[in-house]
Design a protein around this ligand. Structure first.
Ligand code: NAD
Length: 524
């Protein structure tokens, strides 16, 4: 059993001042009342408005009314709002870090990852949106005779549904490209972490966003979520695979586009030439950042059999030295789970694995002495089907260890899941690691880093395959998905039909010769 240390006595968690709650929820449409709770105490943190089904429609009406004027502004003006937001976020980050910690229970270092990710998105889309959205000229049907321009129009009002685990990044981080592309957004954050999303919205308003352009609706997911999908011109969803499927079905019935960022069962592959000290440090981040409640965290450690024992000796020792706790301050390594629901899932997965023969190398127990939902960082060996933990996402601080004999077996084991979100490969030979990476059926692979290298590379797409989702955030795909392309083709001098006295047969012959010539001339 683990001897994971309490870091420092948890500070008494602060409450969110009523004036701040009042200020953040101003403008949220909702005649009902609901509440969010802090995982640090299990007690209510703030009372919030709750949006009824009819009120969701009203939020879409308001967003839709405000959107054309926002879209009519030059893209550089919209982008400037993001760049000002970037600066405000970094300047006022302490307030945001407190809110993230209070709402999620994560360690401050992991809360800061969200600030970093959002700042990167604001900078990237603030600088690059004009180029991404610029009209693009193409070669037409016939050179010189057809002039073609591809335009990018906003979709209208984007419905955005987000989870509780990264409440800053997955709310505003994903809204920024939608907004800068000229859309309005109606967002449904998870109620338990709504204050963080509302805080981000308040910063964006201070940076110059017209408030009506970003509406927030709050309430039970199965009640409010379907209403968001019902009214949206495009849906972006981050959450579980089960809910994602339902969202996709509803969106498909309306023929509106959807992007889905879903769950994972991510592998971390340690090859036999890996630098073990660096790899062990990376594994701590990969498995236990945000107490494992990170969609791209590692839940499967695949170890080359030649280094497995040496790796595990060091890894288990370091896991047992992790400092647990979530004071509103720096200096802890892992915080709390977010809710009783997460604690139940983690407990069930570990108990089921142990009952079916898995061995606990360290951890395996809740830690109510630290807070109601704390759970020890846990390493399991001898994990095999049909244990729940084997191929279901746990979304907690639990990692299973497996061994492999060569690179080919590592790839087969890594790919043996219906998920395909993220992976990491560790080796001193970067070319070998990249070869392994290219054979993994996942949306992103980090070489010699846990997850931050891929996620932080904001110019490159990020997302999942298989049960991990559809579509991408970041990079060109992360903004163009929020647009409709429109092709404007202008025909000059000669029509695309028989003319100048040509009969149909001679026109067809002329076209045939022209097509042959275009291929010979390497026209694309
Ligand atoms: P969830 O699916 O239960 O909820 C996500 C959001 O959907 C919440 O806002 C919820 O209120 C709402 N919702 C619930 N029922 C709904 C319905 N019927 N229709 C529409 N919306 C509904 O997921 P969760 O437990 O909040 O989040 C954890 C999951 O999210 C994990 O599986 C994790 O891997 C995944 N996740 C994925 C990414 C990614 O980028 N791939 C990032 C973070 C989290």
């Amino acid at each position: 059993m683990t001897t994971a240390q309490p870091a420092s006595p948890a500070h008494p968690p602060r409450v969110v001042p009523a004036e701040l709650v009042e200020q953040l929820t101003r403008g949220v449409i909702g005649s009902g009342r609901t509440a969010c709770h802090s995982p640090l105490t299990g007690l209510p943190l703030a009372e919030l408005p709750e949006t009824s089904e009819d009120e969701v429609a009203l939020a879409f009406d308001r967003a839709g009314a405000a959107q054309p004027a926002w879209a009519a502004r030059p893209v550089r003006e919209r982008a400037a709002v993001l760049l000002r937001f970037h600066d405000l976020l970094l300047r006022r980050q302490d307030a945001g870090l407190d809110l993230i910690q209070l709402e999620t229970g994560k360690a401050r270092l992991h809360a800061h990852e969200e600030v970093q990710a959002v700042a990167m998105a604001a900078r990237h889309y603030g600088r690059r949106a004009p180029a991404y959205l610029r009209p693009v000229r193409h070669g037409g049907a016939f050179p010189l005779l057809t002039r073609v321009t591809e335009l990018r129009h906003p979709r209208g009002v984007v419905g955005h549904i987000s989870p509780w685990n990264y409440p800053l990044e997955l709310s505003v981080g994903d809204a920024l490209p939608a907004l800068v592309a000229g859309n309005a957004v109606v967002m449904k954050p998870d109620t338990e972490t709504a204050l963080t999303a509302l805080w981000a919205r308040s910063l964006l308003i201070d940076a110059g966003l017209p408030p009506e352009v970003w509406q927030v609706v709050l309430g039970e997911g199965p009640v409010v979520g379907p209403q968001v999908v019902r009214h949206a011109d495009y849906v972006t969803f981050t959450g579980s695979t089960r809910t994602g499927r339902e969202v996709a079905e509803r969106a498909a019935a309306r023929l509106v586009g959807v992007s889905l960022e879903l769950g994972g069962k991510n592998p971390m592959i340690v090859l036999d030439d890996a630098d073990l000290d660096r790899t062990v440090a990376g594994a701590l981040r990969a498995c236990f950042a945000s107490a494992g409640q990170l969609c791209i965290s590692a839940e499967r450690l695949l170890l080359h059999e030649r280094v497995a024992d040496a790796f595990l000796d060091r890894f288990v020792e370091r896991v047992e030295a992790l400092r647990l706790g979530a004071p509103l301050d720096w200096g802890t390594d892992m915080g709390s789970l977010c809710s009783q629901r997460q604690l139940d899932v983690v407990t069930r997965h570990v108990e089921d694995a142990v009952a079916r023969g898995a061995k606990v190398l360290t951890g395996g127990r809740p830690r109510p002495d630290l807070g109601p939902y704390f759970y020890e960082p846990t390493v399991l060996a001898d994990v095999a089907p049909p244990m729940l933990v084997c191929d279901n996402e746990t979304f907690g601080p639990v990692v299973s260890v497996h061994r492999f004999a060569d690179d080919a077996e590592a790839v087969v084991r890594a790919n043996a899941t219906r998920y395909g979100l993220n992976a990491s490969v560790w080796s001193r030979d970067a070319r070998r690691a990249r070869r392994v990476a290219a054979r993994l059926r996942v949306g992103s692979v980090n070489v010699n880093e846990a997850y931050g290298a891929a996620y932080g590379s904001i110019q490159a797409p990020m997302g999942g395959v298989g049960d991990s989702g559809i579509g991408r955030r970041h990079g060109a795909e992360g903004i163009l998905k929020y647009t409709e392309s429109q092709t404007v083709a202008e025909q000059r001098l000669v029509p695309m039909a028989p003319a100048f006295g040509l009969d149909d047969r001679r026109y067809a012959g002329l076209m045939t010769r022209s097509l042959k010539a275009l291929k010979t001339l390497r026209f694309r």
